[in-house]
Ligand binder design. Structure first.
Ligand SMILES: C[S@@+](CC[C@H](N)C(=O)[O-])C[C@H]1O[C@@H](n2cnc3c(N)ncnc32)[C@H](O)[C@@H]1O
Length: 291
């Protein structure tokens, strides 16, 4: 059984229409194999029929979810882009030293995959609150379109080699041994986070019900066409608090010049700060040279 080029194009279009994700050329064969494998698993012989079934708005949703889990790239790591995490930590510390540190700090991780990014942000946040001598008043919400990834994030169990990137003091504090080869996130860390299956293009997605301080979106935009990247980020800007930050992966967008935002000058990162309404100012941010 094989997919014709026409059939393959239909699948690729469906994936892009539903998630924004474009299949990179080098993944064509992998994606074709995954679809055929799934058709065989279901004991079907008709790829066209399977496509029709999956495209059905109501009844196809569950099966689409199963297939989607196999087609998306869900690779993630703890503290994957260190400079961005350092910047996040500094921003939060600035908030804790501001005039209203008790105000709840809210963070959204978009395309959180299996949870490493969310837990990394939450560990740094807890560390900051402790250093500042304040009770934690923050939440980190992760959203991902993959049901499997979100289930795994909620479990918070990782192989030893995966947690190697976690600094030892944080590892000792926020992980327990689960089995000979895995470590589990502690209940105290889990309490600070929430994971939801959601499409980042859904403007009512969890974590965005009220304005947020930080939107962390890394290794997700690279799969989207440029115009979709811009549309998505423009919608995120709307959801940021004044003074809030959008932190994307370095090099993930080059030609975006949104009004009402300024690019943060911090070595090795790509982040934007939402400008405060005229007449209001936070204390000076030494990492911003553009006003
Ligand atoms: C490569 S992973 C990046 C994980 C994490 N942000 C990191 O940098 O380690 C990309 C994630 O984006 C998710 N994703 C792709 N399209 C999405 C969409 N439309 N809505 C929500 N998540 C999406 C995928 O399921 C995948 O888990």
């Amino acid at each position: 059984m094989q997919l014709s080029d026409r059939q393959y194009r239909l699948w690729a279009e469906m994936l892009e229409n539903k998630t924004g994700v474009r299949i990179a050329g080098h993944r064509d064969d992998f994606v074709r194999r995954q679809i055929v494998r799934r058709v065989r698993e279901l004991g079907l012989v008709d790829v066209e029929g399977y496509f029709r079934e999956v495209s059905q708005p109501g009844s196809g949703t569950r099966e689409w979810g199963v297939l989607l889990d196999r087609l998306l790239v869900k690779e993630s790591q703890f503290f994957r882009h260190q400079a961005s995490h350092d910047f996040f930590k500094e921003r939060l510390m600035r908030h804790l030293q501001s005039a209203s540190p008790a105000q709840r700090y809210s963070v959204l991780s978009v395309g959180c995959s299996t949870g490493e990014e969310v837990y990394s942000l939450a560990m740094n946040a807890l560390d900051n609150y402790r250093c500042a001598g304040q009770a934690p008043a923050f939440s980190v919400v992760g959203i991902d379109v993959s049901v499997e990834a979100v289930a795994s994030a909620r479990q918070g169990i990782y192989p030893h080699r995966h947690v190697e990137a976690v600094p030892l003091p944080l590892l000792n504090e926020y992980f327990d041994t689960a089995t000979n080869s895995t470590m589990a996130v502690t209940a105290a860390l889990k309490k600070r986070v929430g994971f939801f299956v959601s499409n980042m293009f859904d403007e009512n997605c969890p974590g965005l019900a009220s304005p947020v301080d930080v939107i962390f979106c890394q290794n997700v935009l690279i799969y989207l066409k440029n115009w979709r990247r811009r549309d998505l980020l423009n919608s995120f800007v709307e959801k940021l608090k004044p003074g809030g930050c959008l932190i994307v992966g370095p090099g993930e967008l080059n030609d975006w010049q949104p009004a009402g935002l300024r690019r943060v000058a911090y070595p090795g990162i790509q982040a934007f700060e939402k400008l405060l309404p005229k007449g209001i100012s936070l204390e000076r941010d030494e990492h911003n040279d553009e006003t």
